[in-house]
Write a protein that binds this ligand. Structure first.
Ligand code: TXE
Length: 485
C-alpha cells in the first residue's frame, strides 16, 4: 500500500505523539478490503492523566490570549487543512471506506470551514453593558474550561473539527476521543492545530472504546462533554455528565422524514432522496430515511429513482469514479443485512438492491423498499446504512402527524413548488435541522442538531458559541451600600 496509514503513535498529547502499548489493542480495518491497516492502543490511565493535566495547563494559557490571536491560529489551521485536503481525504477514505469522490469535498473541507468560521468569530465574543439606573452591570463571555469531544465513526475529521473549532474559539481546551472504529483522522487534526500555533496540550487526541470515553465523562476536571453517537450511548453519557453537573452537547441518531408532495419537481426530489439515503453509504445521522411520497406520484417517483440508481458505481473507494463505498465495518453491515431481511419479512416491496456482493470488503447494495408502513421495523428504527423506505400519503395533516410520530427529531425535508405549504409544513415538523427542496446540506453558518431523542444543543453557527461558553455577570454599584443595620 503506497499510503502509510500507521500513525506515529496512538495518541497526540501535549503537542506530541504519545504511545503506551499497555492499553488495549485496536486494529484499524480498511472497510474496502477487510485488511488491518494500522494498530493503535486504547489510552491507559497514565495517558488520560497526561491529557487532562496538559489540557488544563494549555487552557489557562490559551484563555489569556486575545480572541483575535486565538482566531488567527484556527484560521491558519484551516489553511493547512485545505492545502493537505487530498492527503487527508485519502486517509479519511482508509479510515471510513467512504469514497474519495465524497471525502475530497465533505470532510477536511468541512473541518476547515469550521476552523475558519469560528476563527473569524473568536475576536468578537463579547459581553454587554447593562444600564441599571445609576448603577450598572456588565457580562463577560467566559470559556467553560476543559471540554471533551467524543466522536462517531462516520465523519471522523469533520466531527473532530466541529467540536474542536468552537471550543477553542471560546478559549477552552479539548480532549477528543475518536470512535475506536476510525481512530486515524483526528490525530491529523491535532497535528495541524499544533503546527498552526496552538499551545501544546490545547487539543489532545486519545484513543479508546466506550470505557475511555466513560472515564473522561466522569472526570471532575472536565467541564463539558460533546458526543456524536447513538441514542443509547447519548443517554448514558448525558446521565454520567449530569452527575458532575457538566455542560453537554448531544448529537444523536435520527429517523428523519422527507416529504414529497404531488407538485414537487420530481428529479430534484429523487436527488434529495438519494443524497439523504445513500451518501456515505447511508451512514449519516440526519438522513431522510422515511421518504413519504404523495400516492398520486408514487409510480413516477419510483421509476425515476430506479433509473437514477443505474448510475451507482460501487467499488474501490480510492477510485474517484466510485460513488458507493463499503459500510464502515463487518458489524455495521451485519446490522444493515438484518434490517433488509426484516423489511422483506414484514412485507415491504423490494424495489432495488437488497443484496450483499461477493468478495472482500463490507459492501452492501443501496436498497429501496416501497409499500412501507409506519409500523414496520425499517420505518421505526435507525438503520445507519443505505436503506430507503418509501411510504405513501394522501393529505398534508396526515403526513405531518405520521412524520412526527417518532422518538427522534434530528432532520426533516419537504419537496413542493408551493412556497406557503413548504413553510407551513416545516413549521409543524418537530426536527432541528430542516430542508426545503433540498436535503442534507450542513453549512457551518447554520445551526445543526436535534430535538427529542436526537439530541441537546447545537453545533455550528453562532449558536455553538452558547454551548462552549458561559456568561459571568457583574453588578457595579456607584454609590454607598445601604444595609438594614
Ligand atoms: O456508536 P456509539 P457506534 C448510531 C448508528 C450506529 C450506532 C452504533 O445507529 O449503528 O450508533 O455506532 C463512545 N461513555 N450512530 O457504536 O456506540 C464510543 O467509543 C462515553 C449514529 O459507533 O454511540 C464512540 O466514540 N463514550 C451517529 C462514541 O461514543 C462512549 C453516528 C459513539 O459510540 C460510551 C454513528 C460511554 N459509556 C453511529 N460508550 C450519529 N448520530 O451521527 C460508547 N462511547
Amino acid at each position: 500500500m503506497a499510503y502509510d496509514t500507521q500513525p506515529k503513535a496512538s495518541h497526540f498529547v501535549d503537542g506530541a505523539y504519545l504511545e503506551d502499548t499497555a492499553g488495549e489493542l485496536i486494529e484499524v480495518i480498511y472497510p474496502a478490503t477487510g485488511e488491518v491497516i494500522a494498530r493503535v492502543y486504547a489510552a491507559t490511565d497514565a495517558v488520560i492523566e497526561a491529557a487532562i493535566t496538559s489540557g488544563r495547563r494549555a487552557q489557562a494559557q490559551w484563555a489569556a490570549m486575545s480572541g483575535t490571536e486565538r482566531g488567527r491560529v484556527l484560521r491558519r489551521a484551516a489553511d493547512i487543512m485545505r492545502e493537505r485536503n487530498h492527503e487527508l481525504s485519502v486517509l479519511e477514505t482508509f479510515d471510513t471506506g467512504k469514497p474519495l469522490q465524497e471525502t475530497l469535498v465533505a470532510d477536511a473541507t468541512s473541518g476547515a470551514d469550521a476552523l475558519e468560521y469560528f476563527g473569524g468569530l473568536a475576536g468578537s465574543l463579547t459581553g454587554e453593558h447593562v444600564n441599571l439606573g445609576g448603577d450598572w452591570g456588565y457580562t463577560v463571555r467566559e470559556p467553560l474550561g476543559l471540554c471533551v469531544g467524543i466522536g462517531a465513526w462516520n465523519y471522523p475529521t469533520q466531527i473532530a473539527c466541529w467540536k474542536g473549532a468552537p471550543a477553542l474559539a471560546c478559549g477552552n481546551a479539548m480532549i477528543f476521543k475518536p470512535s475506536e472504529t476510525t481512530p486515524l483522522c483526528a490525530l491529523k487534526v491535532a497535528e495541524i492545530l499544533h503546527e498552526a500555533g496552538a499551545p501544546a496540550g490545547l487539543y489532545n487526541v486519545i484513543q479508546g472504546m466506550g470505557a475511555v470515553g466513560g472515564k473522561l465523562v466522569t472526570e471532575p476536571r472536565v467541564d463539558k462533554v460533546s458526543l456524536t453517537g447513538s441514542v443509547p450511548t447519548g443517554r448514558k453519557v448525558y446521565a454520567a455528565a449530569a452527575e458532575g453537573m457538566k455542560h453537554v452537547t448531544m448529537e444523536l441518531g435520527g429517523k428523519s422524514p422527507l416529504i414529497v408532495f404531488e407538485d414537487a419537481e420530481i428529479d430534484n426530489a429523487v436527488g434529495g432522496a438519494i443524497n439523504g439515503n445513500f451518501y456515505s453509504t447511508g451512514q449519516v445521522c440526519s438522513n431522510g430515511t422515511r421518504v413519504f411520497v404523495h400516492s398520486s406520484i408514487k409510480d413516477a417517483f419510483l421509476a425515476r429513482l430506479k433509473g437514477r440508481m443505474a448510475g451507482i458505481v460501487m467499488g474501490d473507494p480510492q477510485d474517484e469514479a466510485t460513488n458507493i463505498g463499503p459500510m464502515v465495518s463487518q458489524r455495521q453491515r451485519d446490522i444493515v443485512e438484518g434490517y433488509i431481511a426484516k423489511g422483506k419479512a414484514e412485507g415491504a416491496t423490494l424495489i432495488a438492491g437488497g443484496e450483499t456482493p461477493e468478495g472482500a470488503g463490507f459492501y452492501i447494495q443501496p436498497t429501496v423498499f416501497a409499500d412501507v408502513t409506519d409500523e414496520m421495523t425499517i420505518a421505526r428504527e435507525e438503520i445507519f446504512g443505505p436503506v430507503m423506505a418509501v411510504l405513501t400519503f394522501d393529505d398534508e395533516a396526515e403526513v405531518i402527524a405520521r412524520a412526527n410520530a417518532t422518538e427522534f427529531g434530528l432532520s426533516a425535508g419537504v419537496f413542493t413548488r408551493d412556497i406557503s405549504r413548504a413553510h407551513r409544513v416545516i413549521g409543524q415538523l418537530r426536527a432541528g435541522s430542516c430542508f426545503i427542496n433540498s436535503y442534507n446540506d450542513a453549512p457551518v453558518e447554520l445551526p445543526f442538531g436535534g430535538v427529542k431523542a436526537s439530541g441537546v444543543g447545537r453545533e455550528n453557527s453562532k449558536a455553538a458559541i452558547e454551548h462552549y461558553s458561559q456568561l459571568k455577570s457583574v453588578y457595579v454599584r456607584m454609590g454607598d451600600v445601604e444595609a438594614a443595620f
